[in-house]
Unconditional design. Structure first.
Length: 260
């Protein structure tokens, strides 16, 4: 039976907050956590009023410390009859999402927690947060995390993180491109709210179509990407949001987005 208390889902205005609620386990990932985050993503996309997802951990000590290793080997057990792994499916779901997500990193972010960080579009972290890929210390490797991390951080930096398994601080994470903002813990929520405010006053349709396009062009050559995007801008210009945006600009007023 799924423990729905492992992840709290709360709608705060235009934002849907998904909070890993296992502070006594440093918000470690188990099957219930994966299911809860996935449920939150589905709820966000089913609700037209939700404009942005915020992913965080309960308390002030940990965002997510990675897989729950309490049952030795259980975290990495795999049913070989199934072609997909639940954590991998969560990462797939996040990459196919058309609503933006912000990681609110309130503390330790390790191993699988780095995967959760990388699956979001933007990230704000407390200056006391600690990051790392310590899997080699228990005889495994951050395989699934690499699928997203490789497109965010420089290769040689990732090499050092993954091969040495040593932790690093928030400033290092920001310099490598993992974080947009690093602030004192007391200012974390204010900065997240500031970022939310700069998303929700923009066109939801443009953001939705834009995220879809960014996902599509990620693996394209320049020639493929430019051909694809020249048609996409024409389609975007035909939406009701684009018409409202251009009309509002001409009338020197704030747009009222229909979201269509």
């Amino acid at each position: 039976m799924t423990d729905t208390s492992a992840v709290l889902i709360e709608k705060r205005g235009p934002a849907l907050w998904i909070t890993i609620n296992r502070p006594e386990k440093r918000n470690a990932i188990n099957a219930d956590v994966i299911a809860g985050i996935s449920r939150g993503y589905r709820m966000a996309h089913d609700d037209a009023e939700v404009r942005v997802i915020v992913l965080t951990g309960a308390g002030e000590k940990a965002f997510c410390a990675g897989a729950d290793l309490q049952n030795t080997g259980g975290a990495f057990a795999h049913d070989f009859a199934k072609p997909n792994v639940e954590f991998a499916d969560l990462l797939r779901q996040s990459q196919n999402a058309t609503k933006p997500a912000i990681a609110r990193v309130n503390g330790v972010c390790m191993a699988g927690g780095m995967g959760l960080l990388c699956m979001t579009d933007m990230a704000v972290a407390s200056d006391h947060a600690i990051f790392g890929l310590p899997e080699v210390k228990v005889g495994v490797f951050p395989m699934q995390v690499l699928s997203l991390l490789q497109s965010i951080a420089p290769r040689r930096v990732i090499n050092e993180w993954a091969i040495t398994g040593e932790p690093f601080d928030a400033k290092t994470a920001q310099a490598a491109g993992l974080l947009n903002h690093v602030v004192p813990q007391a200012e974390l929520d204010a900065r997240v709210d500031w970022l939310i405010g700069r998303i929700v006053d923009k066109s939801p349709t443009a953001i939705r179509r834009g995220k879809y396009a960014m996902r599509a062009v990620a693996s394209m050559s320049f020639d493929e990407a430019i051909a694809y995007t020249e048609s996409q801008i024409a389609l975007t210009a035909m939406t009701e949001d684009a018409k409202e945006g251009l009309k509002a600009f001409a009338e020197k007023r704030k747009p009222v987005w229909p979201g269509k």
